[in-house]
Design a protein around this ligand. Structure first.
Ligand SMILES: Nc1ncnc2c1ncn2[C@@H]1O[C@H](COP(=O)(O)OP(=O)(O)OP(=O)(O)O)[C@@H](O)[C@H]1O
Length: 209
């Protein structure tokens, strides 16, 4: 992803009061860490970037991804992937069904091969038929990551994505996400309260609020 992600003069107000102001640039494969007190607007910023901001907010400023202005695109056309705390999977679909959700086109066979390869990449061979309710937190996190990557995003947002995991799983999942981002040259914006997350990211930091 050449050029990375640029936040150009983003300003979000709530009930006529300024909530947040941000200008930032995140290069391909780099991680920008966003920290700040509860209510500072961290999740609001991510909602603006994914195009899902509630109409109660007034927002302005441009989002440039790979040199393209995506500010006015609908959420599904922005090519921005997001991972939340608790790695939510669709409970009515199998693990394979969850992974196939973002896949468009291709024969049944090709889709199946891509799902199997995505599972193998994160050490979950043979998990396609499993019910998501039977997975551990770390396994769910890996399925959620692969589901997002199969939709071929050009940038990655993390909203406390590692918070639900114990220390050991948290370290491993985090390393896997950052390595994937580097390999695919995806710019990453990570919202976290955790100092260890910020240290592991190694990139620039912004404090909101
Ligand atoms: N849909 C909404 N309508 C109106 N106000 C909202 C809405 N969502 C959030 N807010 C308010 O916007 C402000 C920013 O909320 P946001 O969730 O972005 O904070 P945050 O920094 O992510 O907090 P936390 O660390 O607790 O997750 C808060 O004052 C919150 O109450």
């Amino acid at each position: 992803m050449a050029d990375g992600l640029r936040l150009d003069g983003i300003a979000i107000d709530l009930a006529g009061e300024p909530l947040l102001r941000i200008d930032a640039e995140v290069g391909p494969g780099e991680v920008l860490t966003v920290m700040g007190r509860s209510g500072a607007g961290k999740s609001t910023l991510l909602a603006y970037l994914t195009g899902t901001l509630a109409p109660t907010f007034e927002a302005r400023g441009r989002i440039l991804l790979g040199g393209r202005d995506i500010t006015c695109l609908s959420p599904d056309r922005r090519r921005i992937g997001i991972l939340f705390q608790d790695a939510l999977l669709f409970p009515h679909l199998s693990v394979g069904g969850n992974l196939g959700f973002g896949l468009r086109g291709g024969s049944r066979r090709t889709r199946r091969d891509r799902i199997d390869a995505a599972l193998a990449e994160v050490g979950l061979e043979g998990f396609a038929e499993r019910d998501p309710a039977t997975l551990s937190g770390g396994q769910r996190a890996r399925v959620a990551l692969q589901r997002m990557l199969l939709s071929d995003p050009h940038a990655l947002l993390l909203d406390e994505a590692f918070s639900g995991l114990d220390t050991d799983r948290r370290d491993r999942t985090r390393t896997m996400v950052f390595e994937t981002a580097r390999r695919r040259a995806l710019p990453v914006i990570m919202v976290t309260h955790d100092e260890a997350d910020a240290k592991a990211a190694g990139g620039a930091r912004i404090q909101l609020g």
